[in-house]
Design a protein around this ligand. Structure first.
Ligand code: 8YV
Length: 326
């Protein structure tokens, strides 16, 4: 028996405090230049490792997982979303997978509210006007946007982040509608109106916030037909995953005027986003910043480490084990 520390590959350059703990407790293989790994290179880099600490966007699909060396026992993703990890393929190879729920709920809901307000109140056009020296002064009709207070907000996916978004919207006296796999108990629902049929909720949404994970069932869920069911002048907010939206349909509705605006923090195929977004004045766009606060990114890293330490150092089940969905 040797006392060697388990070896963990960090696929990304993580926050300094996170890497310090990773290096203290494990034989850490770091990525200080934050090079992005393609699948085969990732598999090669993890040769001889016991675990991989990865992030959203890393290609831990079935093909990469099939190439991983037999020494890999765990994949801990530095994210709550885990659509980039083929959990079933990992389970077949007896590789445990963990994620980081809870700790990024507030930061992501804050960004969702920022997207809602930024889109409704034409923040992109306002800051651009000012910074490009095109502001000639206040005028009674300048940059009139969509009023927020008192409007109806529909939430697709009332999990932790959807509920936190609802809490923020209540401060704006918004009426909350939601659709979810199951209805929430009254103490979590807090008076929000449940729609068992998601499509039936859409005509009630002045604002639609997407807070559902990307799954085969939600891929391109926001399509042309569903956008047409939203009231004219509605605003769409997405802080979940870009793949939930059909970009061509959203861009057409933003150009054609059926939608007043969109506030987007996530994009299909990011960072190579649909080129149609760049020129759209009524799209308030952020580069996937939902969890980007020092406190949150540290908490995500510490949670990933809690899981790695439980499994690799203490032989316990990771507290945030991701199970294969049925
Ligand atoms: C993360 C996210 O920052 O945790 C998630 O699922 O979407 C982000 O906020 C990112 O995925 C890091 O891996």
């Amino acid at each position: 028996m040797t006392n060697r520390k388990p070896r963990v590959l960090a696929t990304r350059h993580f926050p300094p405090d996170v890497e310090a703990r990773l290096s203290a407790n494990f034989d850490a293989v770091l990525n200080p230049d934050d090079r992005l790994f393609e699948g085969p290179a990732l598999a090669k880099a993890s040769d001889g490792c016991d675990a991989i600490m990865c992030a959203a966007g890393d290609p831990l699909n079935a093909e990469t997982i099939a190439r991983l060396s037999g020494s890999i026992r765990m994949i801990a993703t530095f994210s709550v979303g885990y659509e980039h990890v083929d959990v079933a393929a990992a389970a077949k190879r007896k590789i445990a997978v963990s994620n980081t729920p809870d700790v990024l709920t507030d930061a992501t809901a804050d960004i969702a509210m920022l997207c809602l307000l930024g889109a409704a109140r034409r923040a992109h056009e306002g800051t651009t006007m000012l910074r490009t020296h095109h502001w000639v002064g206040w005028s009674p009709t300048q940059l009139m946007g969509v009023h927020v207070t008192g409007k109806r907000l529909g939430i697709l996916g009332m999990g932790r982040i959807g509920q936190a978004m609802a809490d923020r919207a209540r401060a704006f006296r918004m009426t909350i509608h939601y659709t979810n796999r199951s209805r929430l108990p009254p103490e979590l629902e807090k008076g929000a109106l449940f729609h068992p049929d998601a499509d039936a909720m859409l005509p009630h949404c002045d604002f639609l916030s997407i807070n559902a994970p990307l799954t085969p069932a939600t891929r391109k869920w926001v399509n042309a037909e569903r956008i047409a069911r939203l009231p004219k002048g509605a605003v769409v907010i997405n802080t979940a995953r870009g793949g939930v939206v059909d970009d061509d349909a959203l861009i057409a509705a933003l150009k054609g005027g059926h939608l007043a605006a969109a506030g987007l923090d996530v994009f299909d195929g990011e960072p190579r986003i649909h080129p149609g977004y760049y020129g759209l004045e009524n799209a308030f766009l952020l580069p996937h910043m939902g969890s980007a606060t020092v406190e949150t990114r540290n908490a995500m890293g510490f949670k990933a480490l809690d899981n790695l330490e439980a499994f690799l150092l203490r032989g316990q089940s990771p507290p945030d084990l991701v199970r294969v969905s049925s």
